[in-house]
Design a binder for this molecule. Sequence first.
Ligand code: BES
Ligand code: ZN
Length: 881
Amino acid sequence: MREASPQTIYLKDYTFPEYLIDSVELSLVLSEEDTRVVSKMMMQKNPDSENRESLLELAGEELELISLAIDGKALSDDDYQLSEEHLQIAEVPQEQPFILAIENKINPKANTALEGLYLSKQMLCTQCEAQGFRKITYFLDRPDIMSTFKTTLIADKDKYPVLLSNGNKVAEGELQNNRHWVTWEDPFKKPCYLFALVAGDLSCIEDKFVTMSGREISLQIFVEAEDIDKCEHAMDSLKNAMRWDEQVYGREYDLDLYMIVAVSHFNMGAMENKGLNIFNTKFVLARPDTATDSDYEHIEGVIAHEYFHNWTGNRVTCRDWFQLSLKEGFTVFRDQEFSGDQTSKAIKRIEDVKLLRTRQFAEDAGPLAHPIRPDSYIEINNFYTLTVYEKGAEVVRMIHTLLGVEGFRRGSDLYFQRHDGQAVTCDDFVSAMEDANAIDLSLFRRWYSQAGTPELSVKQVYDSEQQCLTLEMQQSSSPTPRQQTKKPLHIPVKLGLINSDGTTEKINYQSRPVVEEIVLELKQEKQTFEFNNLASKPVVSLLRGFSAPVVLKMEQSLEELAFLVRHDSDTFNRWEAGQKMSGTIIFSLIEAIQKSEQLKFNNLLLSSLSHVLQQDWEDLSYLSLLLSLPDESYLASQMKIIDVEAIHEAREFIKKSIAEGLESVFVSLYKQNHKDESGCFDAAAIGRRRIKNLALSYLSSLDNQQFYEFSEQQYHTAKNMTDQLAALSLIIESKHPSKEICLQQFYEQWQHEALVIDKWFALQACSRSSQTFDTVKTLTQHSAFSLNNPNRVRSLIGAFSQSNQLHFHAENGQGYQFLVENVIALNRINPQVAARMVVGLTQWKRFDYERQQKMKTALNQLVNTAEISKDVFEVASKSLL
Ligand code: BES
Ligand code: ZN
């Protein structure tokens, strides 16, 4: 057990910094086990600080101090005090700026937490967000301290021919002993979490971008030599993102150079360090034969995300870490919109909402629920959550919906103009949106402080005499930890009305102009909205585009849903109607399973799907979504007590019934769209792959030799990873005779491509096959598995515990024990990643009594482990409350 409970940090305790650091000169002599750091900081008392004390406290962890001097005068041992996490200097000059010089030593090789300066294979690199800079040298490691950085790197020429840091290269030279040096200067003031350096033997592809004002920017992507043929897509994505930010937000890049480095060991996806992004290889490297269509899409999105941070995060940054959603929520919203514009807005929106509803809604309903701007934390790394990111993006999206495209742009222009070069709060963002549009968002601000997903109940009343439709809306939110009572929120509800012949009904609302679609603003707990001049009762299409992150409760018959699947012009609601329809049918099957009744298939679903299939579809990706059943995890999220076996059985039953009913249609869909278009990534080719693989997946459930041959043939002849992986996955999920051979062959074919081997691990971890648990356990001993590589951990342990509910939640609890053992081992290596692996256990309240006990036992084991990190402790202990 921990000796003492770790300290909680509160938003309400925020105070201005007592000292400022105007500029920093760093010099690092790099080596794997003994890197020397010299830091010279130009400092002064903060004029805004009221505290007149002369004590200076700097943050620093795992550092070995060598020397300290102020204005050139060395400090003696009595002048300062060192503790585990701080350096305190009793007396520093109060009246004028002074230079504090520090020399210290660090060991990158011993740094398995991958925070601060660490080793990724042979390469040295940094990760400083949120509080990693303090593992490089003593500093005021908080985002409201903004400084200019000048960095000199000194290293062996053969081991580290490439030496990079933020900004522009201003000088370089040679030294004795086969060493060289490079100096980088970043003219923009930045918080230290945006500092970065990279040293290694790297290859690079180069390109150019001409900005809207005609400046030429040099673009470089650095990777290991063997990956140089996998950078093109990342480069194209970068240029598209740069153009988009100019066109949509009027934002231009500011430095002359933009560098991206791909590293194989990385805790997260990617990092927006000023002028020098560091990326997980997963979000850079792609070649048609190694990366799937969805990998290509993710790369495009992540490259854009980190690029967009240059304005939303770097030029305007966060005052403190409670404001994280200021940069992350806004930037996720920006990358979502960008991705939608690149391919299909409809599909992007559906996919984002799927993620939000399965994962963020679960977080909001569980023990770790927190507002998008949390009030407290123990370990900030635990707050890079789906709530801060995805719900944060929904909150920005609602502002966008309320203000309209132009109003939102006026608001963002004012935000950038007002706060360029500053560290600000979520409130400043909302104020800029208000001031630019002369509207009042004071009620809307509750979205920032209130946790939990609101439920929106809607009752329709149609009066045929008055020709009037009334919508009675009521909102409520369940209590969340430390927030028992909830207030009404300002909720934009987008609405359309559809006539019985499928045409759009014009909306008459109060004295507003007649429109086809309207945004209703719900601000009270209960509110009614009246629509007049309706000769017959229209079908209501509510919460179009998923206009607010709420759970909508409105009675809709299966017939009404089938009607919407045919006629709703809103692409989101059209898909949603189909999901509700199949969801309703699956839930009635789940009930039958739980009562041991015989399962009967509902033909309404089949006729609705056939109708969809009879139409002429240009967007085959959208058609694939319409034909897909809700995921097991989404179904689970709608059950009070989750029954993983019944969910699986019911969903498989429906899937097979659909396949039986539509077999010939699926066969022809498969044959029509099965072409070799490897290397084609336009929406049409992606759509063809998607629909064909969906058809094959339905056919596979029929256990028929003929369709097994389709998969096997596709597996062996595929030249692109989308098709190869889809086929392999169907082979291992079925009773296919060549399962083992194909898995083995895949490993041999790809053993030198780490990212493909990650897929090989994940595929087995997610398998529904009855041997999965033993396989996963054995795979932890595989020579290619290592707890030191976060991508591997996520592919095996993460995938098993978060994407395989059927086996992770096995009744005997072996899944939970497996996870605990691995989290304890990982805790010593990488606390941040270890803490993220605990999610699978946090939802224990949603399972039956037996499983609850076993999950709680597992969480208690974590809390009671000696030397448990703050990271794991916070997640496990809060989950038990
Ligand atoms: N700033 C984060 C990365 C980060 C956060 C690194 C905390 C280390 C600690 C970055 O901008 C980010 O949000 N990355 C996401 C991907 C993005 C597309 C949502 C990630 O890494 O998952
Ligand atoms: Zn981000």
